[in-house]
Design a protein around this ligand. Structure first.
Ligand SMILES: [Zn+2]
Length: 288
């Protein structure tokens, strides 16, 4: 008993000695609790959902384009450029102009950071960047995220693999639920301010009519044509998004004595949001 106590005391003294030694380096910055996590940057909020699902506890995800901001015109803040300099990985959406404009500068502040294009292998629609709004394409993006994370953090590859499998199951379920919701709709066409939903429409047999043309607000002539088109097709609901002004949508809706409904193409809560959008759209498209 006495010997054991003695051994313990020696051990404690030895440990204190070690701690005292490491005290020499106390001027160095202390490691943040998240230091051992992979610091991942993504462009868009839905990508954060994908990256967190695949990365699980091993990643810390930062989103460049904040809620409510327009990804087609966004500029990173100086603080974000500082954070980017510390990041381990950039998961690019691969289709948005924002990345084309800024990637040079982003690489400039952190040349060592791998930039991974998550649109690899995604079936694209020419000229349409909104690939994340298709759960079937989200599966391909998640597969790419898995590849990127496994490359830079091979130690946790098995976890990433498992997380990816769960995510794919979640997307398959979401896809089936959406198909079910649209089964008995009476119309296929809806009018929306910003044309973000083409991938979604292709997947589910719908058609969006956009008010905005090539990123520009419509002229008076185009507005008149859109109102005509809506009347002919019996469209009374105009969809808009939190990232865009609802001005034209409201003008058209009031002409049609219809209403404006907001749907979000950039929600971080991906699956729940797409379910809600589907529910609202299905209700609108089921009206006579
Ligand atoms: Zn867009």
């Amino acid at each position: 008993m006495l010997t054991r106590n003695k051994t313990l005391t020696t051990l404690v003294i030895f440990l204190m000695f070690l701690l005292g030694m490491s005290g020499c380096s106390s001027t160095q910055p202390t490691l943040e609790p998240s230091h051992d996590k992979v610091k991942v940057f993504v462009s868009l909020l839905p990508q954060a959902y994908f990256a967190e699902k695949v990365g699980g506890d091993h990643v810390q995800v930062d989103v460049l384009i904040p809620p409510g901001a327009d990804p087609h015109t966004y500029e990173p803040t100086p603080q974000q450029m500082k954070d980017l300099a510390e990041a381990d990985l950039y998961l690019a959406i691969g289709t948005i102009e924002f990345e084309e404009l800024w990637m040079g500068r982003i690489r400039g502040v952190n040349p060592a950071m791998p930039v991974f294009d998550t649109s690899r292998g995604v079936e694209l629609i020419a000229g349409d960047p909104h690939i994340w709004l298709s759960p079937t394409r989200a599966k391909v993006q998640a597969q790419n995220i898995y590849t990127a994370l496994s490359e830079i953090d091979a130690a946790n590859q098995e976890d990433y693999q498992q997380n990816l499998q769960s995510f794919q199951v979640e997307m398959d379920q979401l896809h089936q639920d959406i198909i079910k919701q649209f089964k008995n709709i009476k119309h296929k066409e809806f009018m929306v301010f910003h044309p973000a939903w083409k991938y979604f429409c292709v997947d589910y047999g719908l058609e969006e009519i956009a008010i905005e043309q090539d990123g520009k607000e419509p002229t008076a002539q185009e507005m008149a044509r859109l109102i005509d088109q809506a009347r002919q097709k019996g469209i009374r609901v105009i969809l808009t998004s939190p990232q865009h002004s609802a001005h034209e949508a409201e003008a058209i809706a009031s002409d049609l004595q219809g209403e404006v409904i907001k749907i979000d193409p950039l929600s971080r809560d991906y699956s729940a949001n797409l379910r809600q959008v589907t529910q609202e759209l299905a209700a609108i498209l089921s009206r006579d």
